[in-house]
Ligand binder design. Structure first.
Ligand code: FAD
Length: 483
């Protein structure tokens, strides 16, 4: 098969990019490569909250770069209704979709200080941007009935923030793209290389896709393709998998949940959330743990924890709901937390990934950015997220240690920790601080690493490999100028 553009990866970014490109140039021939079941993909496991404000944390505005990243999410927030209207105008009635507008944010006592900080920042941002929200009595939220001792401290409703059914949205996009000059190659790619003036992508079934240009958009799996070309890979922030499990349950009997209900983001993870689905089921998500390698099967303990949180903090009636599906997805997390968008030093080779927790929401904006670059059009938005770059700093080393400790203590509380009365939480914090300082010193790293990546050395079963990875990723020419 020979096409103008081969897209490696069939998640939301691959699809939205093909949609944007073929809107702009209907003659462009595109192949989207990826397994039909999207194994390990983040998009297929996501709840697709179109979360701009709900995703805010205490670090969202920590630096100018972080602020710019938020503005991409805010731009996407304003664009989604138009995206859905445009798509609906192109597909028959049975493929029409709608955003389920309205998100309830509940701040409950099940985490640590970081959750209150995120909530405060969220409200301040809504006020600053003059966006509507209202403080409410949580008892008015349909289907929400947490255990009394876990009732929210504060609750708001954001009327213009909602969700879309991720799997249905992607299947409608596929339906539309198949009417265009876009071919779906339901295969895993094994690798890519330069051939003549273009590229060749080898497939699992021994076929090859040849193309003039190539876009790597395989989420957390993008790193596998780059690792085969160390000259390229060494110039980019590494992409790690933020492994997340989510479940689909039967709805709350007699009192279904109608809108997104979520907490602010939690220790090293997204918040606990439930999202009603178009097939009448209820999505409950999600965990997030950064590992060395993508995972494709759910872990018993984490799924148990997620279900327990849903039953206790959302509605005890879920105890009797049937567990319909469990999904495993790998969020693509870059080592500096910023996305990778654009052409590499190989002419015609592009990368689009590193979207972490809100890539579904930001997809219309990201697809537009990469499509403009691929077509050589003037960029609507300037950015500093070229794939080959030094790491962008967010925190100093000292700030990162403080942030890590706040996440660790919050994680302990989320998992039911009760500090012994002969000691207190500060004693635990001190022990953890010594350990993490020793870790930083041993590896000679001065770059402020995110809490999620630091938590890896607590979670992964291969601590020596985590240490080696941390050294590779955060030392040498990848270290930006000290803060
Ligand atoms: C549990 C969970 C909940 C989330 N909730 C939200 C949310 O509510 N809102 C939000 O905005 N974001 C959410 N996210 C994040 C969001 O899903 C991601 O940022 C986004 O989907 C990334 O899209 P992508 O297309 O880059 O990657 P992916 O969706 O990971 O797509 C990559 C694709 O490449 C395929 N692939 C793998 N190997 C190969 C290969 N060898 N050859 C070809 N293809 C291959 C995979 O099967 C996959 O389909 C969530 C993520 C998870 C895991």
């Amino acid at each position: 098969m020979t096409v103008d553009l081969a897209i490696v990866g069939n998640g939301i970014l691959g699809l939205m990019t093909a949609y944007e490109l073929t809107n702009k140039d209907p003659n462009l021939s595109v192949a989207i490569i990826g397994p039909a079941n999207r194994e390990g993909g983040a998009s297929q496991a996501s709840g697709a909250m179109l979360g701009c404000f709900g995703e805010i944390t205490g670090l969202t505005f920590a630096t100018e770069q972080a602020d710019k990243r938020f503005m991409m999410a805010y731009d996407a927030h304003k664009r989604w209704p138009g995206v859905v209207d445009q798509l609906n105008s192109m597909v028959p009635a049975e493929h029409q979709q709608e955003i389920n507008q309205g998100t309830f944010i509940v701040l409950n006592p099940c985490s640590g200080q970081i959750e209150s900080d995120s909530f405060r920042e969220m409200l301040a941002t809504l006020d600053r941007l003059n966006e509507p929200y209202e403080e409410i009595d949580p008892r008015i939220i349909e289907g929400f009935n947490p255990n009394e001792n876990l009732r929210p401290l504060r609750s708001i409703v954001i009327p213009n923030e909602g969700s879309i059914d991720s799997r249905r949205f992607m299947s409608v996009l596929r339906f539309l793209l198949e009417q265009r000059n876009v071919q779906f190659v339901d295969q895993k790619a094994l690798g890519f290389y330069q051939e003549g003036a273009g590229f060749a992508v080898d497939l699992e079934n021994s076929d090859t896709v040849q193309s003039e240009k190539c876009l790597l958009a395989a989420g957390a799996y993008t790193q596998h393709f780059l690792d085969a070309h160390p000259d390229l890979a060494d110039r980019m922030p590494r992409i790690l998998p933020g492994v997340g499990f989510s479940t689909n349950l039967e709805q709350v009997p007699g009192n279904p949940i109608k809108k997104v209900i979520r907490t602010p983001n939690r220790a090293g993870a997204c918040g606990l959330h439930v999202v009603p689905q178009s097939d009448g089921s209820l999505y409950l998500g999600a965990s997030n743990d950064v590992y060395l390698q993508p995972q494709t099967l759910p872990m018993t303990g984490i799924v148990h924890f997620l279900l327990e949180c849903g039953i206790e903090q959302i509605n005890p009636s879920l105890y009797r709901s049937q567990l319909l599906t469990t999904r495993t997805g790998n969020r693509p997390v870059s080592t500096d937390g910023f996305p990778l968008i654009g052409e590499t030093s190989w002419d015609g080779l592009y990368v689009l990934t590193g979207t972490y927790r809100d890539g579904f929401h930001k997809s219309p904006v990201l697809a537009q950015m990469i499509a403009e670059e691929i077509l050589g059009q003037e960029a609507t938005r300037q950015h500093d997220y070229q794939p080959e770059r030094s790491l962008i700093p967010t925190l100093s080393k000292e700030e990162s240690i403080k942030d890590y400790l706040a996440h660790l203590i919050a994680a302990y509380y989320e998992h039911g920790w009760r500090p012994p009365k002969i000691s207190d939480q500060e004693a635990t914090r001190r022990v953890a601080e010594e350990k993490i300082r020793a870790f930083y010193d041993k590896h000679g790293v001065e770059y402020g690493i995110s809490a999620e990546i630091l938590l890896m050395h607590e979670l992964d079963s291969k601590p020596e490999q985590v240490a080696a990875l941390i050294k590779n990723c955060f030392l040498g020419n990848k270290v930006p100028v000290a803060l």
